[in-house]
Design a protein around this ligand. Sequence first.
Ligand SMILES: [Fe+2]
Ligand SMILES: [Fe+2]
Length: 223
Amino acid sequence: MTKEVLTQEEFLAEFNGIKEELKAYAEKKAYDFWTREDLTQSEVFTAIEQRVWLEIAYVFFLGKQINDYWKEFDRPTVTSLCKHMWEEAHHYEIICRVLEKHGYTAPTTPPEAHMGWENLHWEALQKDRACAVAVWNCSETSTTTTHDIVIENCRRIGLDDLARCYEQVKKDEEFHARLGDMIVRKYVVTDEHRANAIWGARRLREEMLHYYDTIYAVPEQTV
Ligand SMILES: [Fe+2]
Ligand SMILES: [Fe+2]
């Protein structure tokens, strides 16, 4: 089988299309979950226990990315990746403090349901300098449509502490999404980079649909 060759325009069109599709999907799933009249704090914390793993997972992915590839990026980009890594550690810290305050436990292993998402990042990190960035840029960008829904509904059900965490997360994630997009545009430049990046984005799309179906599962209506 001959390897698929994409022009930069074709690559960016499909890559951006995947991000737009995931943003819309995430927004719909988050809206249906978070705006339910009978949503309980316990359901919220079950979702958050899974979601917060992604914060610490990115510390590990970014550490590997920086260690393996930093010489292939310009210095301001390396510094920005370090800032990104620190902010993910900070998100994990502030959200885990809230979990513990409410009697829950900070996760220290990947949730069983999201091993596909986890393993895809490690696989992408082996490919080239920007493949994993393409993967996490689709993942992170998809969350940007959920933050306002999360913040507003945390407040609605009396979780002001969690709302404050997600106000910080929202601010930082806008920077992460822009940084990842800049890196993909600047460093995905050869046929092989584009083939790797689109492979990762397509795989991530599948993982992310599953991810939102899992964390934002809405219980069946019982009549
Ligand atoms: Fe984060
Ligand atoms: Fe992030």
